[in-house]
Design a protein around this ligand. Structure first.
Ligand code: PLP
Length: 404
């Protein structure tokens, strides 16, 4: 059992009042709140350990470098990666996917080659491939989903052709909450010698991820969705793949030697980290991962599942409730519409009650088109949420429904 009251004390923002009401923060899929430990790590970093990394002989630079590299090892262990060389720091999931899209297409794809994505992808796993389609003429194929919001695995298998070069799918849908069978997806692709990129933005904060067990070739996540700082994220890549791919950006850090005629690139992971890295952000991310590990990711998953089950049951009691995403395997996200109340009106009125939910297309417009809607209201839970907060949500929705 988690001691939620004790945990909540680490998150001062949860005590905030909005419109003179107690804040109920249910927008965790967009970003999570930060525990004191993470904020203090940032403060201490700037006050006591700030110097540019990797280039200095002086004490402070070496201390900052060691903290940054220790953070990389923390990420490595959190994801169960084989080597810290396989951990690339990025600005977030978006940049990590853009990196793979750009470098993989450049290094491993020709015009007419194909990448497989799915209907439930976030725009950040659609648009980078479209940019590559325009730049290099690659083709995008899309795995369809059923009405419950599960991938059609039969259709997935049928999408492979001899031109398939990569599969890039999300582990957990940010709209439907569906936990995709990524191990099976990867095994299917590997049986055809096709590598797989997994977007872990919505999985890493909620369920245990072991990249070696999954046998993922690339895996990404964002720090801010796992109680860490904004502007920081991770690309995991198998060393063999990262070695093969050309760099994404050029500049300092990513080079071994430079002449005007030729540059020799640095070894991993630095080949993919041009410029001064966010060495304060990396240590804050590591602090967030330590925080999550101290609670226990399996305990978090179990508790959040309890919240999801409770919320699903409470929301289903409401007249006119339509839930989007009823997959067998689901993470703590609920998307819904009530009667013909516009999602935006519902969100605004809930906000007036102090309840923060997200409304709109959730950066997944093709998924909205699949369901023939413009948007949904989305409540998403973290381990600091409570059943009382879900009651407040259900009562709030009921109040709004009666107003209409
Ligand atoms: N992928 C998924 C599934 C997401 O939910 C998000 C953010 O909502 C992203 C990618 C993009 O993450 P970021 O904006 O942190 O780069």
């Amino acid at each position: 059992m988690l001691n939620i009251n004790e945990i909540r004390e680490d998150f001062p923002i949860l005590n905030k009042r909005v419109y003179d009401k107690q804040l109920v923060y249910l927008d965790n899929a967009a970003t999570t709140q930060k525990p004191r430990q993470v904020v203090e790590k940032i403060e201490n970093g700037y006050y006591n350990v700030n110097a540019n990394v990797h280039r200095g002989v002086h004490f402070l630079s070496q201390e900052a470098t060691e903290a940054h590299e220790e953070a990389r090892r923390t990420v490595q262990h959190f994801l169960h990666a084989r080597s810290s060389n396989e951990i690339i720091f990025t600005r977030g999931t978006t940049e990590a996917i853009n990196l793979v899209a750009s470098s993989f297409t450049e290094g491993c794809m020709q015009a007419g080659d194909e990448v497989i994505i799915s209907t439930m992808e976030h725009h950040s796993n659609i648009v980078p491939w479209q940019l590559e389609a325009a730049r290099k003429g690659i083709a995008i194929k899309v795995i369809p989903i059923n009405d419950r919001g599960e991938l059609d695995m039969e259709a997935y298998r049928a999408l492979f052709s001899e031109r398939t070069r990569l599969v890039s799918v999300t582990h957990v849908s940010n709209v439907l909450g569906t936990i995709n069978p990524v191990k099976e997806i990867i095994a299917e692709a590997h049986s055809r010698e096709v590598p797989v990129l997994i977007d872990g933005a919505q999985s890493v904060p909620h369920i245990a991820v072991d990249v070696q067990d999954l046998d993922a070739d690339f895996y990404t996540f964002s720090a801010h969705k796992i109680y860490g700082p904004t502007g920081m994220g991770v690309l995991y890549g198998k060393e063999a793949w990262l070695d093969r791919l050309p760099p994404y950006q050029g500049g300092g850090e990513m080079i071994a030697t430079v002449t005007f005629e030729k540059t020799v690139f640095n070894e991993l992971p630095y080949k993919f980290e041009a410029g001064t890295p966010d060495y304060i952000g990396s240590t804050a991310l590591a602090e967030a991962l330590d925080y999550v590990s101290a609670i226990g990711i399996d305990k978090i998953a179990a508790y959040e599942h309890e919240l999801l089950t409770y919320a699903t049951q409470r929301l289903k009691e409401i007249d006119g409730m339509r839930l989007f995403g009823e997959a067998e395997q689901k993470s703590s996200v609920i998307s819904f519409l009530v009667g013909d109340i516009h999602h935006y009106d519902m969100g605004m009125l809930l906000d007036r009650l102090g309840i923060a939910v997200r409304t709109g297309h959730h950066c997944a417009q093709p998924l909205m088109q699949r369901f023939g809607i413009e948007g949904t209201v989305r409540a998403s839970f973290a381990f600091y949420n409570t059943k009382e907060e879900i009651d407040a949500l259900a009562e709030g929705i009921e109040r709004v429904r009666k107003m209409f």
